[in-house]
Design a binder for this molecule. Sequence first.
Ligand code: DGL
Length: 264
Amino acid sequence: MKIGIFDSGLGGLIITHALKESLGRYDYLYLGDTANLPYGNKTKDQIYEYTKKALRYLFENDCKLVIVACNSASADALRRIQQECIPNNWPDRKALGVLIPSAEVAVRSGKKIGIICTVATAESGAFDREITKLSKNAELVSKATPELVGHIESGDYASAHKDLKRYLDKLSASGVDTLVLGCTHYPIIKNEARKIMGEYVEVVSQDEIIPNKLKDYLKRHPEIETKLSKNSRMEFLVTKKTMANQKFASKLFDSEIYLKKVMI
Ligand code: DGL
């Protein structure tokens, strides 16, 4: 059986690439819901319905475990799906998000933690909840950064860096000691973020932490690990395919990949 990776679009390919680099022997099935992208400005109910549909598709296509790489889906839909749908429909499958692992890393040294993310993630309050659960002393400052995904998707890095600086200057001024890049696309601008925040601020980038978190999870869950096939195969599915997203996908994955369009 495979490891599924779900994202609202193609940003999750950055984490997928990082997984391939450190846990490459498994078989992966990537699904990007490019027809409904972006999730960041959708309602909680819309994100829940889209995410449920995508997870059903991945479970029905032989995924034992799904990483929900999309922060907006991890924030708004995942808990409900884990509590309501998985136990009733797919009791032997698992779905894991990216927000809790990010919060666990952030509270290790963070006292004042900033997060930049989509409007949906900021408004869900999910990251605040996880931080509060993990640490009594940490304080959180969330900043929705709605323009950044669009700039990155269109390759307009000059505008992305300009907007990033504007947001991060505000977070710096509020005294954050840790910054979480809480959106699938932001590992692309992590160097810029580190430059702006300076050497005393810890910048948490999900491509750097999720592979180790998954390794650790699989070690603790041999009942899942032993069910995973290990042929180093990867397949990339999208709900809408264009020339532009085919090109963008290869750029994010850092090598030529083929996107296959599916109906879910
Ligand atoms: N994948 C989304 C996230 O990580 C960003 C793109 C979108 O808005 O769908 O929140």
